[in-house]
Design a protein around this ligand. Structure first.
Ligand code: PMP
Length: 409
């Protein structure tokens, strides 16, 4: 990394006011980015500006503030469309987050699923990409099948090819595992699914903030992510869908905004994307996600990715030297997330002690209980890196873990 790059990265850190604080008398070291990223000033200011100057309800009003709020909301939709390279903006639906997006699809595709049809997910899915499908299966009599992984945390693509058949109606797989850091070969997964005319859904909650996504190139039917994991606010998420399938499936919530005409006898639904956005939307959240996309677009994404992986490699190299450590997730294709367990110690105890040193990591099952069962562990300690972290913070993490081991053993 040359001097100019270092300077760019240091300046990025200064954009995040929350990082400049003490926790338990120590500098905050925020390594819980897979759970939620922090927010740059530009995102915080965009939300503040919106509420100070432009807020009203959208779409219905003729007055100036309503027109401005509508413009702000729809402008954010255009930014998301460009961010994903969606062919147009009406294929972008705003939701509450990834979980809400999965629930929307799993409810809305009900009319396309019949008894004994099969839904495929993988062993490393987040609960939000398991439970809604279980519910769909209960409603329809469809069967949920799980693509296995190996010990390294890599999907077994050959097994997947063997599982997919004319009975398969939908495949839903995570792009980047929040627990293992595995980057799945979604291009292959989608290609194989397409050869059987199977609907494909990609959970991009972890991926969208880390590398560019091109939904047209991927050719998936659905791609989803959450605002709060890409430097944007909580309570706003995205569902991209192919136009043909979005037109074919039913809305899953009903009320205002999503209608064209209502009588007591009958209702006609609105066009895309409004058909799937019942009620007053999270306008400020959309403004915030738009600002987070502007922030990302101003970054040198290759440099950021390279830097995050440099931090990952440095942390991994140092962690692997700790006696009794077991890294969970050793995929050849991996992102800047490290999960680990230490022999004889509970992850929560490690997390609690290192918090005393100002270090924020996540401990537990990371909403992937079946994956924990696969590894035969109750949970892991997970450190996840972002562009504002640095090598000194990795050193502090290592020192704090060593201290925790000393205290707990
Ligand atoms: N999928 C993955 C891979 C995730 O990491 C998360 C968040 N931890 C989700 C889905 C759910 O996202 P949200 O809580 O924002 O709905």
């Amino acid at each position: 990394m040359n001097k100019k790059h270092k300077e760019i990265l240091e300046n990025i850190r200064n954009e995040f006011p929350i990082l400049d604080q003490k926790i338990n008398g120590e500098d905050l070291v925020y390594l819980d980015n897979a759970a939620s990223t922090q927010k740059p000033k530009s995102v915080i200011n965009a939300i503040k500006d919106y509420y100070e100057n432009d807020h009203s309800n959208v779409h219905r009003g003729v007055h100036t503030l309503s027109v401005r709020a509508t413009e702000a909301y729809e402008n954010a939709r255009s930014k998301v469309a460009d961010f994903l390279n969606s062919p147009n903006k009406h294929q972008i639906i705003f939701t509450k987050g990834t979980t809400d997006s999965v629930n929307l699809i799993a409810s809305s595709v009900t009319n396309l699923i019949q008894e004994n049809d099969e839904i495929l997910i993988s062993s490393m899915e987040h609960h939000s990409n398991i439970v809604p499908w279980q519910e769909l299966c209960k409603r329809t009599g469809a069967v949920l099948k799980v693509i296995p992984i190996n010990e390294n945390g890599e999907l077994l693509i050959d097994e997947y090819e063997g599982m997919i058949s004319d009975k398969t109606k939908l495949v839903s797989v995570v792009h980047l595992s929040n627990t293992l850091g595995t980057i799945n070969p979604i291009e292959d997964i989608i290609r194989i699914a397409k050869s059987y005319n199977v609907i494909t859904m990609i959970d991009g909650a972890q991926a969208a903030g880390h590398f560019p996504i091109d939904v047209q190139e991927l050719d998936c039917d659905f791609y989803l992510f959450s605002g709060h994991k890409i430097f944007g606010p909580t309570g706003i998420g995205v569902l991209y869908g192919k136009e043909e399938i979005l037109n074919k499936i039913d809305p899953y919530q009903f009320g205002g905004e999503m209608i064209l005409k209502v009588t007591f006898e009958e209702t006609t639904y609105n066009d895309l994307p409004h058909k799937f956005e019942a009620g007053t939307p999270n306008i400020a959240g959309a403004v915030g996600i738009g600002a987070s996309i502007d922030f990302i677009n101003n970054l040198d994404r290759d440099l950021c990715h390279q830097y995050e992986m440099e931090l990952h490699d440095y942390a991994l190299e140092r962690l692997e030297k700790i006696e009794g450590i077991n890294i969970i997730g050793k995929s050849a294709n991996k992102s800047a997330i490290i999960s680990f367990v230490i022999e004889g110690l509970h992850p929560h105890d490690i997390g609690t002690i290192i918090n005393q040193k100002g270090i924020a990591v996540r401990t537990g099952h990371h909403c992937t209980m079946p994956l924990m069962d696969f590894y035969g562990i109750p949970g892991t300690v997970r450190a996840s890196f972002s562009i504002y972290n640095n090598h000194a913070e990795v050193d502090k993490l290592i020192d704090a873990i060593k201290l925790a081991i000393k205290m707990l053993k």
